[in-house]
Design a protein around this ligand. Sequence first.
Ligand code: COA
Length: 673
Amino acid sequence: MVKVEDIKTITVVGAGTMGHGIAEVAAMAGYKVYLVDIKQEILDRALEKIKWSLSKLYEKGILRETVDSVMSRITTVVNLNPDGSYTEEFAKILAETDFMIEAIIERIDLKQQLFAFADKHAPPHAILATNTSSLPITEIAAATNRPENVVGMHFFNPPPLMPLVEIIRGEKTSDETVEVTVALAKKFGKQPVVVKKDVPGFIVNRILGRFINTACHIVHKGLATIEEVDATVKYILGLPMGVFELSDYSGIDVFYYVFTAMKERGFNITPCPLLKEKFEKKEYGMKTGKGFYTYPEPGKYVRPKIPKELAGKVDPVLLLAPAVNEAAWLLENDVATKEDIDKAVKLGLGWPKGVFEFADEYGIDKIVEALNKLKTDLGLEEMEPQPLLLKMVEEGRLGRKTGKGFYEYGEVEEIKKKTILVRIEKPIAWVILNRPKKLNALSPELLKELGETLDELEDNPDVRVVILKGEGRAFSAGADVTAFAGVTPIDIAKFSRRFQELTLKMQFYTKPIIAALHGYVLGGGLEIAMSTDIRIAAEGTMLGQPEINLGFIPGAGGTQRLPRLIPRGHAKLLIYTGDMIPAEEAYKLGLVEKVVPPERLEQEARALALKLAEKPPLALMAAKYAIEYGLESNIWAGLALEAHLFGLLFSTEDVIEGVTAFLEKRKPKFKGR
Ligand code: COA
């Protein structure tokens, strides 16, 4: 068996989009490359494209040698005689080949013919790989007498830029062949994932197929519009492109062929009629000027308009769940490890999180609920939740919220005080106002416990972000009016001062605080919410400062913070009338930053908190201080503070980490040091 160190010569057969890119990658990695195709014109064009691509990489400083020196390692070879037989020259270079990568058109007969010829002429140690995305490796291998040396090596377009390579084992592929191919992919500077069974679509296309197809069914059924789906995918899930945007960009015909081929090989999918319709009308997307969106000029890409306001009009879990279900199938059938599956969607599709990481964040129970809903609403049996997901729900492995899902997050710690419940889901902490029967009315005891809890969490290094919410049917209906009975003015002044101290603690808390609001957010409840950094409200939340109705005024900062958040006249209107306003109106005024359906409140708050938890803690604190102190000073003082905090951050390890990670093109790991 060949060792990766012994590989010197690589032959790439097929000089099309994928083939020429693969040849470029191999040559850049220092290998002697033969690039083979049926005609010299094709090869000449391929060489030109490689040269162009290399010069771009050179300009960017990615290529550390000259374009010519890389080019000098590539030799082109014509492999077909006019009578259709293979050329002698092809046989000759195959005899020198240690590793062949085939990237010709997706036709099993042609591939088998090629592999049979290669088998005859390549030395016994040579590995014969195919870049097929839709044909069975096992069938291609069957044309050779060395099926143990035949393997799938699936690159992504364009190969020089896309880091992922799926390495697929055919039925007879040996462990050594997989190992060497993995090692070679690494020598190419790529990140390989191993597909342990030759299933149609491997990892990426299966997950993508399920994701696109279901989103398309959702639109076809009229449950959401194209723009609503795309806005949700981009702005809530944070994927680089919307489902329909991506289809148009890559070509609806391309996806149509890939998905049809997968279905023919037994992938259980009901093709979305909309996709077929577009395909038949030859509305392929950007390249024809019309697909799901229209483009001013065929072939010229202009980003379609996807209004941000439409994000969340469709439940993101409905869009995500089919992808999770497919990934669960892969895991359950031992096709790939969960780490490789997550790596594949991140590197192959540019997802900001792995599909299992997403699932853990949204909650496995929510994923199962969404699948059941899709099954009914779309009438699609293929939405049946995978047994693995059902088992996880049964065992309470629901993801982050239980500390265990596809991944382990450490124990969720719960601390129960008299009026406050704390749940520490590292790296975030939930502080839950817990007097549900009294709509979380703020008794002196609750305020005291809230202050102490915040102090404890501020000292807890495992906690990066705090989320404040209310148990039961309200966030908080305000100060506990019963505590006001029979008290003296000085008692109330003391109460107010202490309460104000608590709001100041939150305003200058060294970690971000998010308020997750629902039900009633009144009086002191609103004053607390206004002291946090960011407010997310469930639809239907009512907010107000009703103190006037009781004969007094807000006493915990309401008269000061409300007019700082919303226009002065509106603040007066709220304080003078004591009227409540719904979340949607509060959003328009700038009193809350986001309004979401009630069932999504917790997830939205968690997602934001997890996002902030990845940011450098000291920089977050500095930003908060510059904003909070700056706004209460004049701009000169504010700017001076900003400059000094900015400067101070350059004494932190996190700045070094941030800049290094950027240059190394990886995600930074900030420690708060
Ligand atoms: N202080 C003390 N108790 C309060 C309270 C407050 N601010 N707000 C609600 N509660 C109690 C109620 O007294 C009731 O207790 P009970 O079941 O022992 O009678 C319980 O919480 C449920 O409230 P209820 O009024 O029955 O619910 P509702 O849905 O009919 O009305 C509100 C909800 C919010 C409109 C109403 O409770 C209200 O107006 N609360 C006072 C709001 C206020 O003025 N806050 C500012 C105080 S400075």
